[in-house]
Structures are given as C-alpha cells and as structure tokens.
Design a binder for this molecule. Structure first.
Ligand SMILES: Nc1nc2c(ncn2[C@@H]2O[C@H](COP(=O)(O)OP(=O)(O)OP(=O)(O)O)[C@@H](O)[C@H]2O)c(=O)[nH]1
Ligand SMILES: [Mg+2]
Length: 339
C-alpha cells in the first residue's frame, strides 16, 4: 500500500501544479479579453474575468470533485484501515533491551579527497572514551587523505567501487570484519558532524536497532552548513515520502523521519549483519536506501537531531551545486517511490 500512497500523493501534487499553471493561462487570456473590451469602450461584466473555455471549466470541476471529495475520503479510509490493523496487533518486533555501558564502538568515516578535514575528524572521534577503532573508508582519493588518516591513528580501508554508497557499504563491512564492535557508527570525514553527538545517537541503541541523525533542526545548524532552505525543504519532503511509503496510522508513519541524507548514524552489530547483504546502492542516494532496507527488515529505527556545520574542503555531494543537489534528490525520489 505504501507505494500506492506515495504515487497517489505525487500525482496529486502534479495535478495541483498543472491546474495552477492552466489557471494562470486562462486568467491571463480573460484579462486580455477585458482589456480589449475596455479599449473598445465597453464595460466588462463579472463573467468576463472568469475562465471562458468550457473544457477548462470541466477540468476545474473534475479537479474540485477529486480534491474535495475523493482525496478526503481516501485519506479517511487509509487512516481507519491503518488504525484497524494497529488494533489487531500488527507485526511489530522489538530488539532486546541493551545496557549501553561499556559497549565497544567502531566509527567508520567516509572520505574522498578529504585531506584537509580527515585529520581533525579522526582526532575528534578517537578522543571519545567508548570509541575503539576508527576506520576511514577511502578509495579514489588523489590527495594525501589515506596518509593523513593513518598519521592520526585511523585504520584505512580501501573500498572497491567508486561512489559514496559503495564507500559506506565497504566501510560498514570492514567494521564487521576487522573489529568486534557491538556498536558501529557511520559518519563523514568532511568535518560537518560533531563527534560528541555520538552521545545523542548511541544511547538510543539501548532500545532500538538503528539511530539516525537529523540535520534539519534549525537550532542545531551552524552558520555556513550545507543545510540551506533548499536542502532542508528537500530532505523534509523526501522524509515525508518515506513515512508515506511505510505508512502506520497511529504514528503517521512507521518511522518518524525529518532527514533522508544524514550519514551520521549508529547501528547495533546484529542489525547491521542482518541488513548488510541487502545494501546495494553505490551512489549518493545510499542514505534513504539504507533506511528503507532497515525498515523492511523490521529493524526499529529512531531519529534524533544532531548538530551540523560547514564542511572542511570541497564538497563532492549535494553541497557541491544546486544542480548536483537536484540530481541526487531525483535519484532519492525514485528510490523511495519505485524500489
Ligand atoms: N571514498 C569515497 N568517499 C566519498 C565518495 N563520494 C563522497 N564521499 C565521501 O562521503 C561523504 C559525503 O560526501 P560530501 O562531499 O560531504 O557530500 P555531502 O555530504 O552531500 O555534501 P557536503 O557535506 O555539503 O559537502 C564525504 O565524507 C565524502 O568525502 C566516493 O566516491 N568515494
Ligand atoms: Mg558531507
């Protein structure tokens, strides 16, 4: 049902936009008609201001019926159906509760040509008491990223396959293979995240499998961060689509999500072992892919706001340019809607 909900929602949005554009054209032509009447010395009537095309009037009528009758009715049915299912118990499972004290933690940092940022990032994570190993997942850097990471005490993992997603998957796999960590943290080596925010994410693992960071909280965004209005609206919109995709009436979505592109996330070892074979997206839209794989595998996923600041060094992702952000957003939209 989730897929149908997302497609119906997007189709309704498109319908609204198309109707607004058509309405503008119709109003413009009515206005021209009124001006021509005035120039001819005749006084226009109220009807002269309204769209005259009978086909367009029929269109407006049908759209009106759809929006005022069919949409509210469908929303009501979906809500009631979901509430009914929830009352019957549903198929929810909960991970066994965890005592978080002394849990061994490994941190995976993604990095590509991040020579300027990686040293500081590695130092920050290594200074945290619970963090054992810091891995830097790296592949095609043309600069000294790997060398600097090693100098600062990180273990460098050379990942096969270019791209952000391949890097995340390779780094997560290496954390399972090379360490005995019970908590695995994925984050970026570009300096945008605060290592200390692990204290906000990891404690959630006492009661859930995967704790996601969210960068869309205004109060936690530092000046110069990548999260401008466009990125914030885009992430909130796509996060809403994920909620629709995994619809749950009592909580308006099986997962409370406000950001789909935040790399900073912490996961229990057993949960990662479960989903790793299904992680397959190599590109920049890996983040929502991992969230969706987790929900499909019935992992319990919690999101928490974290701080976000300006990047050190040149961006390779959505912060690079508006065009790049739109193309990544489009890939994410397809992933959320069609997969
Ligand atoms: N190894 C590797 N790392 C990558 C690749 N693409 C991106 N990264 C890293 O993954 C992280 C995300 O890329 P960023 O350039 O920060 O993109 P972004 O987070 O969307 O945008 P900004 O933070 O604004 O720059 C960074 O740590 C990059 O260095 C890649 O192809 N290979
Ligand atoms: Mg980044």
């Amino acid at each position: 049902m989730g897929k149908a909900l997302v497609i119906a929602f997007l189709a309704t949005l498109l319908l609204l936009v198309a109707t607004a554009v058509l309405l503008l054209f119709e109003l413009a032509s009515s206005l021209l008609h009124v001006v021509s009447l005035l120039l001819a010395g005749r006084s226009p009537h109220l009807g002269d201001f309204l769209p005259a095309d009978p086909a367009f009037r029929l269109w407006l009528y049908l759209v009106g019926v759809y929006l005022l009758l069919l949409v509210p009715l469908s929303v009501l049915l979906v809500l009631l159906h979901g509430l009914h299912l929830a009352r019957k118990g549903g198929d929810r499972t909960f991970p066994p509760p965890w005592d978080m004290r002394g849990r061994r933690t490994a941190v995976v940092l993604t990095a590509l040509d991040d020579e300027a940022a990686i040293g500081g990032a590695v130092d920050e994570y290594r200074s945290l008491p619970d963090v054992g190993t810091v891995l830097v997942a790296e592949n095609a850097s043309g600069d000294r990223t790997a060398e600097v990471a090693r100098q600062h005490g990180a273990q460098v993992v050379t990942v096969k396959g270019r791209g952000y997603g391949h890097t995340c998957i390779g780094g997560l796999r290496a954390a399972l293979e090379l360490t005995d960590a019970e908590v695995i943290v994925l984050t970026e080596g570009d300096g945008t995240f605060f290592a200390e925010d692990l204290r906000k994410l990891v404690p959630y693992l006492a009661d859930c499998d995967l704790a996601l960071g969210s960068r869309t909280n205004r109060e936690l965004n530092r000046p110069g961060s990548q999260m401008d209005w466009f990125m914030a609206w885009g992430n909130l919109f796509l996060a809403f689509l994920v909620r629709l995709r995994f619809w749950d009436s009592p909580f308006l979505g099986a997962i409370q999500l406000t950001d789909v592109g935040c790399t900073f996330r912490a996961i229990r070892r057993q949960a990662l072992e479960r989903i790793l074979p299904e992680l397959s997206v190599g590109g920049m839209y890996f983040s929502p892919h991992m969230i969706m794989v987790a929900v499909r595998n019935h992992l319990s996923v919690v999101e928490a706001p974290i701080k976000f600041r300006e990047r050190v060094g040149p961006s390779k992702g959505a912060g690079h340019s508006r065009r790049r952000a739109i193309s990544i957003g489009w890939e994410m939209l397809k992933e959320i809607t069609l997969r």
